[in-house]
Design a protein around this ligand. Structure first.
Ligand SMILES: [Zn+2]
Ligand SMILES: [Zn+2]
Length: 428
């Protein structure tokens, strides 16, 4: 019996070619070599995710129209919504950061939830309409940029910080945002994109090159060795006519490549750019606080020191880890991965892949300080008593976060394994 082509998969993290067995309900298949979850079977995954997506859509609207928090100081009350926070940032001269905040807290979650709802509704028809493929790709692309949970932590830090000056009351928007964090997490965990992809009909016109039998590598059959190219978008592994120029995925239409194009050079470029921005991000002030008697500029580090001096050592630690340790560790880790890949090192393959996964996972949390600044600025506008202006440091800091996130996405973890594969045998 020849297995259906959908059931042969080259692992997206290490390129090991393997067959996915029929999965009993509630189980997952992990890559034999690197442990990457290549498939899982959740009963009723599509309907559950649809229910969660609809609930998330409602909560998203509530979270965006209700006040996130309210502040009262000497009889005056101010409140802010998520969008209002970004708008204040915009008016105070940090337009790019304001746009980034709106993208990560409003647009990316809305696109992810909205398109996901449409895709899941359409996937109930059999066969599913062809247009859901590109839409699903589009929605999954937005998911890593939806940072509601990081924003929540940022809002909490800002709240604790401001509560020393005035009474702060969390608003309905805050609770809605909390519910949104849980709903998006449940959606992401329970959703099995394979189930949607298996319903999308596609022309099976790809035929492997005739007369050119690929070599058999019994110990490590890899995609690259046996002429399979994996689509990073829908996970389909197939054998294109020309492996060096595989063109578009026959199922979802995404551009494919054996390895992410020029991954090493491009990751270096983003990394160097991030490192350059890291210097002004730390030297320039992220906030300027003006009171009746004085004006004080705060850099990221002086903000951490201030938290520590005023007894909030836990906040100092959170901001220190998110804003100083994580960006630096990310840059160093990616540089280490690039150097070892360029040296074709075969040492510690699994450890290096784990390091890469960690870098990908923690990257978004560095946005924390950007959100802290945004919501502090939005609330403390009770002039002439005190006013806070965002500084240019916050722009460079946002650039560091975005550039390192893109650098991690540009790197191809399969490159780590390629050197190890080559030692074992030839491909031609
Ligand atoms: Zn793997
Ligand atoms: Zn595809």
């Amino acid at each position: 019996m020849t297995p259906r082509s959908e059931h042969i998969v080259a692992c997206l993290d290490c390129d090991l070619l393997q067959r996915i067995p029929e999965l009993p309900s509630g189980t997952a298949a992990r890559c034999r070599r690197c442990g990457h979850r290549i498939a899982f079977h959740k009963p009723d995954s599509l309907n559950r995710t649809l229910a969660l997506a609809i609930a998330a859509a409602i909560v998203l609207v509530i979270a965006n129209v209700s006040p996130l928090m309210e502040l009262s100081i000497s009889g005056r009350r101010v409140d802010t919504t998520i969008f209002g926070g970004a708008l204040e940032m915009w008016h105070r001269g940090q337009q790019i950061t304001a746009a980034l905040v709106v993208f990560c807290t409003v647009i990316a979650p809305a696109v992810y939830i909205g398109i996901m709802t449409a895709v899941l509704l359409a996937a109930r028809r059999v066969p599913a309409p062809g247009w859901i493929g590109p839409l699903l790709r589009w929605s999954l692309w937005h998911q890593p940029w939806a940072m509601v949970e990081v924003m929540m932590l940022g809002v909490l830090v800002a709240l604790i910080k401001i509560s020393e000056l005035a009474t702060v009351i969390p608003g309905i928007g805050m609770f809605a945002a909390g519910a949104l964090v849980a709903l998006i997490a449940a959606m992401t965990i329970g959703f099995d994109p394979r189930e949607v992809w298996l319903r999308v009909p596609w022309p099976r016109k790809e035929t492997p090159p005739a007369g050119k039998r690929p070599p058999v590598l019994p110990d490590t059959p890899t995609g690259i060795g046996l002429g399979f190219v994996s689509c990073e978008s829908c996970g389909l592994s197939s054998r294109p006519v020309d492996i060096d120029d595989p063109g578009q995925c026959p199922r979802c239409g995404a551009e494919r490549a054996l390895r992410r194009r020029n991954a090493v050079q491009r990751t270096w470029a983003f990394l160097v750019a991030a490192l350059i921005c890291y210097i002004p991000a730390n030297l320039l002030p992220v906030m300027t606080t003006t009171t009746l008697v004085s004006s004080e500029e705060d850099t990221i580090m002086s903000g951490v020191v201030l938290f520590y001096r005023t007894g909030s050592w836990h906040l100092a630690l959170i901001v220190l880890i998110a804003s100083v340790v994580i960006p630096l560790a990310k840059i160093a880790s990616l540089a280490y991965l690039l150097v070892t890949v360029q040296r074709r090192s075969t040492e510690g393959l699994l450890e290096r892949l784990r390091l890469y996964r960690l870098v990908e996972f923690v990257g978004r949390w560095s946005m924390l300080d950007v959100f802290v600044v945004t919501f502090t600025v939005a609330l403390i506008q009770i002039q002439p008593l005190v006013s806070i202006k965002p500084g240019a440091g916050v722009l460079f800091f946002s650039a560091v976060v975005v550039l390192t996130m893109i650098a991690a996405e540009t790197f191809d973890p399969r490159l780590i394994w390629d050197a190890g594969n080559e030692q074992r045998g030839s491909y031609d």
